[in-house]
Design a protein around this ligand. Structure first.
Ligand SMILES: Nc1ncnc2c1ncn2[C@@H]1O[C@H](COP(=O)(O)OP(=O)(O)O)[C@@H](O)[C@H]1O
Ligand SMILES: CC(=O)OP(=O)(O)O
Ligand SMILES: [Mg+2]
Length: 467
């Protein structure tokens, strides 16, 4: 039986996994996730075969992303309806979302050297890279023979201009230690860009949006002509907007007034993960959890909320609003759409309504009924109404699993020898090479030349039909 691809997203509170066929275009076989890892009971959601929307509270102990991943594999491998996904032998590739990729501009194949490099980056995204690395190492051990590949959240933001990504600190120290803005949620933003551009009927290279990925980790990104020109997260995902357990922007001096132990190693540190007390507080003991006691924004964004919940809600509105104003100016007012995505952006009509009401001066206006209904099965839903003078308001059901093929043309090119040399694969590479050719100049043309030399059946157009 043909082998399959497994795509894994270890988020800060959930592990999501999708199985795909290894074909062009890849088709979803099954989707599974365990959420609530940080707020038990964990919840298992599953779609596969005739099972459309399974949702179960788990009694099993799920204490870590590795536990969640093992549980997902167990459930999927033991579903008799998924005959093509019955064991590790059915997998060709596992593609891992890795939040911090440092200076990596493209995906890498996992081997001893890349694991070592990723370990060095672990401290910069302690809530994420250690989860992803834990799962990567588990795969190396328990699923040897399946090639693991990483996709980085940071790669989409490689286009940040120097004056945006540079902090105003000593540049010798900054360069020696890699201290700069990297930005995150890039896999989501590239999905949002592709989907929104297609929805608007524009080439991605001509699309300008302010995209908000609001989930347990929340960020916002200014995309100009298809490129990230600024984003709210920085060196680590703790900066910018507050999140479920993250503080977002604070005065850096605050940590020394908060606790005299700020620089000491946190008791939560492990052999593999070193985290200072200040990092522990700002990453894991702040955000709306610290304000309200819950990490679930669904409990906070309600009518007649208690004062603590209303304060958390108002803080998020205030901070997002600040970035929208900032990015509206950075995009010279030429904004095709404000895009809501992520668990909160997609599900909280109240938050969208509160934010859009404050953006009326930018010409933003929404249809209250469509906003309340939210998205159904569509990837992008338009909730704007009115004169059409301001930016459209869209909800995009983002997908951090679908990233392997459209974004990874460079990986395929660099590693073509690992792949079956069928015309199908060349088509994938060509399509991406073609759309990237203008951005990457000669390199895109070289790829096309290379493919022509192999007499591949290069039909192209694949990425354009992808959403
Ligand atoms: N109906 C809802 N209204 C507001 N927020 C919600 C709702 N449902 C879920 N959420 C929020 O979405 C978050 C999950 O977002 P998601 O992007 O899927 O997670 P992660 O950041 O772990 O990848 C939950 O923690 C919860 O705060
Ligand atoms: C980068 C980040 O914050 O990711 P998540 O939303 O999955 O926590
Ligand atoms: Mg997320």
């Amino acid at each position: 039986m043909a082998k399959k691809i497994l795509s894994v997203n270890a988020g800060s509170s959930s592990v999501k996994a999708t199985f795909y066929t290894l074909e062009n275009p890849p088709a979803v076989i099954a989707e599974a996730q365990v959420s609530g890892i940080t707020a038990p009971p964990p919840v298992f959601k599953y779609k596969g075969g005739s099972k459309k929307n399974i949702k179960e509270e788990l009694k099993e102990q799920i204490n870590s992303p590795q536990d969640a991943f093992k549980y997902i594999l167990h459930r999927c491998f033991n579903d008799p309806e998924l005959s093509g996904v019955a064991s590790k032998d059915d997998l060709a590739y596992i593609c891992h979302r890795v939040v911090h990729g440092g200076d990596y501009g493209a995906s890498v194949e996992i081997n001893d050297e890349t694991i070592h490099h990723l370990e060095e980056l672990e401290d910069l995204a302690p809530l994420h890279n250690s989860s992803a690395l834990g799962i990567i190492k588990l795969c190396q051990k328990e699923l040897p023979g399946v090639t693991s590949i990483t996709c980085f959240d940071t790669a989409f933001h490689n286009t940040l201009p120097d004056h945006v990504k540079t902090y105003a600190i000593n540049q010798d120290i900054a360069k020696a230690n890699g201290l700069r803005k990297y930005g995150f949620h890039g896999i989501s933003y590239s999905f949002i860009l592709r989907s929104v551009a297609q929805f608007l009927g524009k080439p991605a290279e001509k699309t300008n949006v302010i995209a908000m990925h609001l989930g347990s980790g929340a960020s916002i990104c200014a995309i100009k002509e298809g490129k990230s020109i600024d984003t709210s997260m920085g060196l680590t995902p703790v900066t910018g907007l507050p999140g479920a357990t993250r503080s977002g922007d604070i005065d850096p001096s605050l940590v020394f007034h908060y606790t005299s132990d700020a620089g000491k190693l946190s008791p939560a540190s492990t052999k593999d993960m070193h985290i200072s007390t200040a990092e522990e507080i700002l990453n894991k003991k702040s955000g709306w959890k610290s304000l309200t006691g819950t990490t679930d924004f669904g409990e906070i964004a309600v009518d007649n909320a208690p004062p603590s919940h209303k304060l958390a809600f108002d803080i998020l509105v205030d901070r997002v609003l600040g970035y929208i104003g900032n990015y509206f100016l950075k995009l010279d007012g030429r904004v095709d759409a404000l895009v809501f995505a992520g668990g909160i952006g997609e599900k909280s009509a109240l938050l969208r309504q509160a934010l859009c009401a404050r953006c009326e001066s930018l010409g933003v206006s929404i249809n209250a009924e469509e906003n309340d209904k939210g998205p159904d099965n569509e990837t992008v839903k338009d909730i704007s109404q009115g004169s059409g003078k301001g930016p459209r308001v869209l909800i995009c059901q983002t997908d951090e699993q679908v990233r392997f093929f459209p974004d990874r043309w460079w990986w395929f090119f660099a590693n073509w020898r690992f792949l079956p040399l069928s015309s199908r694969w060349h088509t994938i590479v060509f399509a991406r090479g073609h759309t990237e050719a203008s951005r990457r100049g000669d390199l895109g043309n070289k790829i096309v030349g290379f493919l022509e030399a192999t007499n591949a059946d290069v039909t192209g157009g694949y990425v354009d039909t992808w959403a």
